[in-house]
Design a protein around this ligand. Sequence first.
Ligand code: MG
Length: 178
Amino acid sequence: MNVRRSAVFLDRDGTLNRALPAADGTRPPHSVEEFELLPGVEEGCRALRAAGHLLVVVTNQPDVGRGDLSLSSAEAINARLVRLLPIDRVEVCYDSGRGEPSEFRKPAPGMLLKAAGDLGLDLSLCWMVGDRWRDVDCGRNAGVRTIFIETGRAEPLRARPDFVVRDFTAAVSVILGT
Ligand SMILES: [Mg+2]
């Protein structure tokens, strides 16, 4: 039997949870206390899961590779995320982004391709949702449909996303066709 499994790949910071202000834009939460889900995320994830999509978080956490965030803090935040949301899998890239380009650090598609292989996903059925150009390009590089959540950040996109929306709830509506 050929089961065609779909997944929605989800960026974390700025997509599922609030990104915090930083001198050069935004930064991820550095503790569980700083971690806060964005409006509509819990309901949206449950709706996607109920519609049969697996949910796979794919997140760059370069602050760990740069020594600005401990691995244990990063892992505690992801553990909280998994407790709060019906997430099937979390892929994290801790690369600092300062050395050789990694095959896993977004915009490279490695985290998506690894999860797809392990979970038996049909990438043509999958989606990538995120708030940065790296998410859009990563989704395109993996061959999945892309949804960009426009947050007003002063950062130009590089590739054109398939859909542009205002928030997570609108992204869910695109995927579910509602
Ligand atoms: Mg983000």
